[in-house]
Design a binder for this molecule. Structure first.
Ligand SMILES: [Mg+2]
Length: 400
């Protein structure tokens, strides 16, 4: 494979930044977008002025307000977030058709071969960042590298308003001093296990023989080895080429409680359904992925009678697969739900909503907004994993 040029662009504190645009009086002040503290809401997004007080995404609102009592709290203007996101994404699409939007506020671009048209990748990155600031008034951070893994880590390294370029050949040395937790898929449990082995930085991990990691972590060890060296062959996947959509979540600690796992399944089903609708596609194959506390990974798939983009249908089938695959009490570290066999949503379902369809459409939109409120930033890491190990849905049928 020739050397690729990959850009990862991430809007800084996106929801909070939009709130500041909507109400210039709060610009520069500590702004938190999130749920109701009494309803156990969490922080979806915090401005950098709020982060200075220690406020972080996914933190309970009560805790955030104890750290920063003077914070200005907004519960979210979702239509506006969508509008700004679409405006920013349209700027990216003007430079290459190879854009993969991975959440409302971040995307990968593959600009390999665009030099003659737009200049070298760092120059394109700077242009994108400046245009999004000038035209959308939104700050962003950008990473440039030869693959998605390194570009993504680079964009997050010096937020906000950062541009970090990792030249070809310097991937491993760039990653070496960073904490192991920065790598995709290394949750708290895996990190603790690696720390116990005396491994703290990505460089420490890169020095471990591949066979040793495979011995300790199974097939996941081979992935860890590649990533620790800054190697990642995963392509930038545009919507037209996408054959499946999935979401997975790595837990901060192993979870064995059926109720809790069921809630995660519901949330993941809901997220996948929202993405299907956003992309105007439906799928017929529902997939389930789980990884046990001792790193055994299982995938299961089942076919639906007809394609769907609705959470209840996806959840119901995922739940059946889960019941068959999971032995009660087994601690899990990762759970994933996906849909494959994608087809475009028939036009009559998009345009000519009858009574029942219209009700569904409204419900679906409400769910999308709940997600924008509680999910988008909190599950970013999980969403991102999909590009890492997203092939599981497209392999052989795992039964079920
Ligand atoms: Mg962001």
């Amino acid at each position: 494979m020739p050397t690729r040029s990959i850009i990862h662009l991430d809007l800084d504190a996106f929801f909070a930044s939009v709130e500041e645009l909507l109400d210039p009086a709060i610009a520069g002040k500590p702004v938190i977008v999130g749920g109701d503290p009494l309803a156990r809401g969490v922080v979806s997004s915090a401005s950098y002025a709020a982060r200075a007080f220690g406020v972080r995404s996914a933190m309970p609102m009560g805790q955030a307000l104890r750290l920063c009592p003077q914070a200005i709290v907004r519960h979210g203007h979702f239509a506006e977030y969508r509008r700004y996101s679409e405006q920013a994404m349209a700027i990216l699409a003007a430079y290459t058709p190879l854009v993969e939007q991975i959440s409302i506020d971040e995307a990968f671009l593959d600009v390999t071969g665009c030099e003659r048209l737009w200049g070298e990748a760092p120059e394109i990155a700077r242009t994108l960042q400046r245009r999004i600031l000038d035209e959308c008034r939104l700050p962003s951070s950008v990473g440039v590298a030869t693959n998605k893994l390194v570009a993504k880590i680079a964009s997050g390294l010096r937020k906000p308003r950062a541009l970090v370029v990792v030249p070809a050949g310097e991937e491993a040395s760039f990653l070496a001093p960073l904490r192991i937790e920065e790598l995709w898929g290394v949750g708290e449990v895996a990190a603790r296990r690696l720390h116990d082995l005396g491994l703290h930085t990505i460089g420490d991990l890169a020095a471990v023989p591949r066979e040793t990691l495979i011995y300790a972590f199974g097939s996941y060890g081979a992935v860890l080895h590649e990533h620790a060296h800054g190697r990642d062959g995963s392509p930038v996947v545009t919507e037209g080429r996408r054959r499946s959509l999935s979401r997975e979540e790595t837990f901060a600690r192993d979870v064995a409680d059926e109720g809790e796992l069921t809630r995660v399944l519901l949330r993941l089903s809901d997220e996948v359904a929202a993405r299907l609708r956003r992309h105007g596609v439906q799928g017929r194959v529902v997939g389930l992925k789980l990884r046990t506390g001792d790193f055994v990974t299982l995938t299961r798939r089942a076919t639906l009678p007809q394609p769907t983009d609705l959470a209840p249908a996806i959840y119901e089938r995922a739940r059946q697969l889960f019941r068959r695959a999971w032995k009660p009490g087994t601690p899990l570290r990762l759970l994933g739900v996906g849909v494959a066999g994608l087809v475009e949503t028939p036009a009559y379902q998009l345009d000519l909503f009858g009574g029942g369809e219209q009700r569904w459409a409204r419900l679906s939109q409400a769910l999308d907004e709940i997600h924008a409120r509680y999910g988008a930033e909190a599950i970013r890491r999980a969403a991102f994993l999909e590009s890492d190990e997203g092939d599981w849905l497209e392999g052989e049928d795992g039964g079920g």
